[in-house]
Every structure is written in C-alpha cells, then in structure tokens.
Design a protein around this ligand. Structure first.
Ligand SMILES: [Zn+2]
Length: 53
C-alpha cells in the first residue's frame, strides 16, 4: 500500500479508530491514513442503520 500524497510505503496497523469503531488500515509517516475498504464500509453501514432506528 502506497501513500497518495508522497508515494511512500504505508505501514499496516491494526485497530485504527474509525468513527467509534476500530478497524485495520495503513498509515503513512505524513499522517495519511487508508482504511481497509471492506471494514470501513461495514462501519459506515452500521452508522446508517443506527440513524434509522
Ligand atoms: Zn504519506
């Protein structure tokens, strides 16, 4: 996984805070974060369901 900003190789990190959940993703030394798309989608879906209830 490479950073969109500077092209550096990003570090894989487990349990990055995404909204109120923790998901896996990649982080660059410049601060850019790339979340696991599947897990991010799940969180966004859960948030949508929460709002409906
Ligand atoms: Zn970067």
């Amino acid at each position: 996984m490479k950073c969109n900003k500077d092209g550096k190789t990003m570090k894989f990190i487990k349990g990055i805070k995404f909204n109120e959940y923790s998901i896996d993703g990649w982080k660059c030394s410049c601060g850019e974060i790339y979340y696991d798309p599947e897990q991010a989608q799940k969180v966004l879906l859960l948030n949508k369901l929460k709002k409906k209830c």
